[in-house]
Design a protein around this ligand. Structure first.
Ligand SMILES: NC(=O)c1ccc[n+]([C@@H]2O[C@H](COP(=O)([O-])OP(=O)(O)OC[C@H]3O[C@@H](n4cnc5c(N)ncnc54)[C@H](OP(=O)(O)O)[C@@H]3O)[C@@H](O)[C@H]2O)c1
Length: 339
C-alpha cells in the first residue's frame, strides 16, 4: 500500500499542472495509479471486515442489529443473520432493501439443534466468526403450577442450552485465534426475579452465571464476553412468548393466584406501553460494545430500571428487593382496575 502511495505521489509531479511535455500520457498514468490505490484500499477494507454471527434474526433485536451492521457505510461487517425458520426471512430482506449483497448472508440455524448450528458454521465462507451474538430467546409467563414439563424444558432448551451450545461451537476457534467477542442478549429478568416469570428468569439467571464464569476464563484468550441487559423492548417478544391465559379454566390455579396474575398482566402491559425501548436504542448499546476496544461484562439498555435491581445489593438477604418489587407490581393502582 505504502509502495503504491509513493508511486502515486511520484506520478503527481508528472501531472499536467506541473511542467510536463506529455500531459495526456501523464493524466492516464495518474488515473491508473488512483485506480490501483482505490482497489487496494477497498481490498484492505474488505479484508478487515469483522465477521458477525447473530442468532434469532427473524424479528426484533436480532433483525435490527443485523440490518444496522449490514448497512454500515464502510462495509465494516460481514453479517451472518441466522434464524431457525427461513420462511421468515422476508422481513429481514425487506429491511435491507437489497443493499446487503456483500455484507449479509442469511443462514438457517435453530439453536436447539446441534446439527443445524454446525451446518451454519460450515457455511461461513471466511471460516471464522469474530463477533458472536447470542440473541435468540423465548419468554414464558404464567403461574408456576400451570407450567408443564415440556414447556419448561422448551424454554431452558432455547434460552440456556441453546445459547451454551452456540458458544461451545464457536469458542474453540476463537480460543485458537486468541481473538473474539461474545455478546449475549440478557434481561433484567436475569438479574432480578419477576413473579409469573419463574422459568424465564431461571433461564436468564442461568445464562448470566454461565457467561460470568466464562468471562473470567476467557480474559486469558483475549475473548470478551458481554451481557446486554434489556428491560422491555418493542419486539415480537410478547406475541411470541408462551403464556397462560388468566381465563383458562383448564389450568388448576387457586383464585388468589389467578387474581394476582391478572394484576401482573396489567402491570406488564403498562410497563411495555410506558417504558419499552425501540430496537434502535438496543442496537446502539450493541454497537458501543462491538466498537469498544475493551468491552465490559455488563451493559444496561435502560438505566431507569436499575434502582430496583440495586436493592438486591443494598440488602444482601434479598428482603428489600422482594418487598419493593411486590409493592411495585401488586399494590400499584392499574389503569384498568380503576375503570
Ligand atoms: N423484548 C423484550 O422485552 C426483551 C426484554 C429482555 C430481554 N429480551 C431478550 O431479547 C432477545 C431477543 O428477543 P426479542 O425481544 O427480539 O423477541 P423476538 O422478536 O420474539 O425475537 C426472538 C428471536 O429468537 C428466535 N428464536 C426462538 N427460538 C429459537 C431457536 N430455537 N433457534 C433460533 N432462534 C430462535 C425467534 O425466532 P422465531 O421467529 O422462529 O420464533 C426470534 O427470531 C431474547 O433473548 C429475549 O429474551 C427481550
Amino acid at each position: 500500500m505504502r509502495h503504491n502511495r509513493d508511486q502515486l505521489s511520484s506520478a503527481s509531479h508528472l501531472h499536467p499542472d506541473h511542467s510536463c511535455s506529455h500531459p495526456q500520457a501523464c493524466l492516464h498514468l495518474t488515473v491508473l495509479h488512483a485506480a490501483i490505490l482505490w482497489t487496494e484500499i477497498s481490498a484492505a477494507l474488505l479484508m478487515e471486515q469483522k465477521v458477525v454471527l447473530i442468532t434469532g434474526c427473524s424479528s426484533g433485536i436480532g433483525l435490527s442489529l443485523a440490518v444496522h451492521l449490514a448497512s454500515d457505510p464502510s462495509k465494516a461487517y460481514k453479517v451472518y443473520a441466522t434464524m431457525r425458520n427461513l420462511d421468515k426471512k422476508q422481513r429481514l430482506m425487506e429491511s435491507v432493501r437489497g443493499l446487503h449483497k456483500d455484507t449479509m448472508a442469511i443462514l438457517q440455524m435453530d439453536i436447539t439443534d446441534q446439527q443445524s448450528i454446525l451446518n451454519a458454521q460450515s457455511n461461513i465462507t471466511e471460516g471464522r466468526v469474530d463477533i458472536l451474538v447470542c440473541n435468540a430467546g423465548v419468554g414464558l409467563m404464567g403461574p408456576l403450577e400451570a407450567q408443564s414439563d415440556e414447556t419448561m424444558r422448551r424454554i431452558l432448551d432455547v434460552n440456556l442450552l441453546g445459547t451454551i451450545h452456540t458458544i461451545q461451537t464457536f469458542l474453540p476457534d476463537m480460543k485458537r485465534r486468541k481473538d473474539g467477542r461474545i455478546l449475549v442478549t440478557g434481561s433484567m429478568g436475569g438479574l432480578q426475579g419477576l413473579p409469573f416469570n419463574e422459568v424465564y428468569c431461571a433461564s436468564k439467571f442461568a445464562i448470566e452465571g454461565a457467561c460470568e464464569s466464562l468471562a473470567i476464563l476467557l480474559q486469558n484468550f483475549n475473548i470478551h464476553v458481554s451481557m446486554i441487559e434489556c428491560g422491555p423492548v418493542n419486539t415480537d417478544f410478547l406475541k411470541n412468548l408462551m403464556k397462560t391465559e388468566p381465563t383458562d379454566e383448564s389450568v388448576e390455579v387457586d383464585a388468589d393466584t389467578r387474581s394476582l396474575y391478572k394484576k401482573y398482566l396489567q402491570h406488564c402491559q403498562e410497563i411495555f406501553q410506558n417504558a419499552a425501548q425501540d430496537t434502535e436504542e438496543i442496537v446502539q448499546v450493541f454497537l458501543e460494545v462491538i466498537q469498544s476496544p475493551c468491552p465490559l461484562f455488563r451493559y444496561y439498555t435502560n438505566t431507569a430500571l436499575l434502582p430496583l435491581s440495586s436493592l438486591k445489593l443494598m440488602a444482601l438477604d434479598g428482603s428489600q428487593y422482594i418487598r419493593a418489587m411486590g409493592k411495585f407490581i401488586f399494590s400499584a393502582e392499574h389503569a384498568d382496575s380503576r375503570k
